[in-house]
Design a protein around this ligand. Sequence first.
Ligand SMILES: [Zn+2]
Ligand SMILES: [Zn+2]
Length: 138
Amino acid sequence: MACPWIHCNICLRLPASKCRYFISNCGHVACERCVEKQLIAPKCSICKRDTKVEEINKNLREDLRKYFVHIHDFAVKSFNEVKSVIEFQSKNTRRLMKYKMEKIKELQNTTIKHADDSVTIAKLQQYVFSFGTCINNI
Ligand SMILES: [Zn+2]
Ligand SMILES: [Zn+2]
């Protein structure tokens, strides 16, 4: 978690070897010295809220650790998640569209067949009508 922007929000001290840093539930960061002087907990001297602190290290809670990841890695991970969701939804959308296009084609073919049937029926009716007229004239 080497973050060049980390500093103690109280004394503005920059990280040095063997100096531990902490984050409070109010979101402020403090160095070990300021924590020992109780400048961040149990009450934060910056925002005056009641606080608890957690050391910033690899065991930091996931919801707080996310703020200390390398932004490039975070961006790549986020992009890949978005990309996988888009791919999944697109694949499903294409499958559904293909099904609907096939249904439309089926309906179009059925409509054409019905139109052909209507022409045939009209011709048959015409024939029957003509035949009936012939019979009546005999
Ligand atoms: Zn400090
Ligand atoms: Zn605070």
